[in-house]
Design a protein around this ligand. Structure first.
Ligand SMILES: *Cc1c(COP(=O)(O)O)cnc(C)c1O
Length: 404
């Protein structure tokens, strides 16, 4: 008789987005005349930029001719894309990353979930609280997190690093020494980030502790301040302790197209074992390459026209972010984020719980956001609004919130 992976039975239900959907549809059914504005979505809304569409059309046509047809892509990605990535994202920023350290994939969600596979079962993970749930859940499935305490909403073997207004959303070095440290910067959900000096301290800490930092830089394109690093490899010594995850979802609208990459430096070793070689083996065994058409689309992200168009797209979302942030501030809210990330993280007024504020905003402003407590216990008392809506609706939502 077969057995299942019992670790899956330990996973608590993920009720956040289904509960939001239920509450929203119940409210809409009871109030059919009200028009709701959704500032809860974590998905982009702007269409793919013209330079990218053009590259995709061309690649589609190539697939229809024997001379230019492509089958399986190289395991680690096409050279043209890895070259564009290295030149634009790393060499241009002074990071000496080479093409054979870049692994093209179908996105950062799967990479962030899969990367734990190359590490030992006994490794202790450390995560920020609140957190992007994939980091913890993928380690639960692998049996690395101990037992779940429903009351505190924490796992016995996970090290939590609270990120709240009290510590300026800068995680503190934990008392217990972790083996794997997940950092998402700029951060989802809080929209905050670290300066290069602050990140350097984490790199130094990891090198000293013999830990690996899994650095999720999905929101790199939204960085506007000059002292914020675009890559962890801008920090000295990061190549011996950090793996970086990147995505084309938020900078180029590829959430439905699917493309990302992971950087595993060759200097990152455990004794004499190369993590780069391990990830190459894992990737080659379990992944059969991102589609040619999509990799050509990714290449176009780095073209002159592509860069200019995407800069505008990011600016469009960041104008929304500014609208939300300024509007909330003027209404007396305490707000964070929204400067280097498309997320605004606000403190709920009058010590309301995250869910009470969700109901309040839904019923009185007809605006939908995301309760901070859904991202971890330290998110309680906070609320997330996103800049991924359209501008007119964002302005309207803030008018409604101001009128409360
Ligand atoms: C959106 C997002 C990603 C990107 O995931 P893809 O699979 O590339 O679409 C990764 N990490 C975080 C924290 C995100 O919010």
């Amino acid at each position: 008789m077969f057995q299942i992976n019992e670790n899956y039975q330990k996973l608590p239900g993920s009720y956040l987005f289904s509960t939001i959907a239920k509450k929203v549809s119940a409210y809409q059914a009871a109030n059919p005349d009200k028009s709701l504005i959704r500032l809860g979505i974590g998905d982009v809304t702007q269409p793919i930029a013209p330079a990218i569409i053009e590259a995709m059309h061309k690649a589609v046509d190539e697939m229809g001719h024997a001379e230019t047809f492509r089958g399986y892509a190289p395991d680690l990605g096409y050279d043209f894309l890895r070259k564009a990535i290295v030149e634009n994202d790393y060499q241009a920023k002074g990071c000496g990353i080479s093409e054979d350290e870049v692994f093209v994939s179908d996105g950062a969600k799967s990479d962030s979930a899969n990367i734990q596979e190359i590490f030992g079962e006994k490794n202790r993970i450390a995560v920020c609280d609140p957190v992007y749930p994939v980091y913890v859940d993928s380690n639960v499935m692998a049996g690395r997190t101990g037992t779940y305490d429903a009351k505190t909403e924490t796992w016995s073997d996970v090290i939590y690093m609270p990120c709240t207004a009290e510590n300026n959303f800068v995680p503190e070095f934990p008392k217990e020494t972790p083996d794997l440290i997940y950092l998402c910067l700029p951060n989802n959900p809080t929209g905050t980030t670290l300066t290069k000096d602050q990140l350097q301290e984490w790199v130094d800490y990891a090198n000293k502790a013999g830990a690996v930092i899994i650095y999720d830089a999905a929101y790199e394109a939204y960085i506007s301040e000059t002292d914020v690093p675009h890559s962890i490899y801008e920090c000295e010594g990061a190549k011996t302790c950090a793996i970086e995850l990147r995505s084309f979802s938020k900078n180029a609208g590829f959430t439905g197209v699917r493309l990302g990459f992971t950087v595993v430096p060759k200097e990152l070793t455990c004794g004499d074992v190369s993590l780069n070689a391990m990830w190459a083996r894992r990737h080659g065994t379990k992944f059969n390459g991102a589609p040619y058409i999509v990799q050509r689309a990714g290449e176009a992200v780095y073209s002159e026209a592509g860069k200019a168009q995407l800069k505008e797209q990011v600016a469009y979302y960041m104008k929304n972010a500014k609208t939300i942030k300024e509007g909330l501030k003027e209404s007396g809210y305490t707000v964070f984020g929204g400067v280097n990330a498309p997320y605004i993280w606000l403190k709920t007024p009058n010590h309301m719980s995250s869910w009470d504020f969700f109901d309040y905003l839904l019923e009185n402003a007809n605006v939908v956001g995301t309760p901070g407590s859904g991202f971890g216990p330290s998110g309680e008392g906070y609320f997330r609004l996103t800049a991924f809506g359209n501008y007119e609706n964002t302005v309207k939502a803030l008018e409604r919130i101001r009128a409360l």
